[in-house]
Design a protein. Structure first.
Length: 192
């Protein structure tokens, strides 16, 4: 997908005429139909990134620092912290809240082995987007590990990845909304 101009913030190098032509050439909402066949697309159609991998002996602090630096909500745990080993578990931002902070534990000395979720549900690389959504909606997962036939980690699908994929079908309608008029103007994103 190419880069689209945002009419609220036009690109400085675009002349007014070319900006208008580009903006007006996009189909209007009435011309678009969201086709459910999109959900049958392979999981690889989503933006994928290599998973963050740790061994059970790494500390929670190490995992949290990496999650923060990489702007990710989860890491996978393998026996040796590499993609050559099968997935043993997953450690998420939710685990930080419920199993570390919520229990008053020290993340600097706490090994992941004591707080990660063991044997997480996973999907194979040939799964569809519908399966990822199913695991998120039905099971309540925000992160689903994608693995190969030997259960070795390939990537993680997050709710954010699915949302970004769906927004790609309606960039004009979603990304070009006028600023929200309110007491505080634009709100800053919360969290990491």
């Amino acid at each position: 997908m190419g880069t689209r101009a945002n009419p609220c913030f036009p690109l400085p190098h675009m002349a007014d005429e070319s900006f208008e032509e580009e903006y007006e050439s996009e189909p209007h909402r009435s011309d678009k139909v969201f086709d459910a066949r999109v959900l049958d697309e392979p999981i690889q159609a989503l933006r994928t990134r290599k998973p963050l991998l740790f061994s059970p002996l790494h500390t929670v602090s190490e995992a949290m620092e990496t999650m923060k630096a990489e702007r990710r909500g989860a890491v996978l745990v393998t026996a040796d912290g590499t993609a050559a080993s099968p997935v043993m578990g997953i450690f998420t931002d939710r685990d930080v809240l419920l199993r570390v902070v919520g229990e008053g534990r020290n993340p600097a000395s706490l090994p992941l082995s004591e707080v990660y979720t063991p044997d997480p549900e996973v999907l194979s690389a040939d799964a569809t987007i519908a399966w990822a959504l199913n695991r998120m909606a039905v099971a309540g997962f925000r992160h689903v590990p994608i693995v190969d036939a030997e259960r070795r980690p390939l990537f993680i699908v997050s709710v954010r990845d699915v949302v970004e994929f769906l927004v790609g079908f309606f960039p004009r309608e979603v990304l070009n909304l006028p600023p929200e008029v309110g007491e505080h103007g634009f709100r800053q994103r919360e969290g990491a």
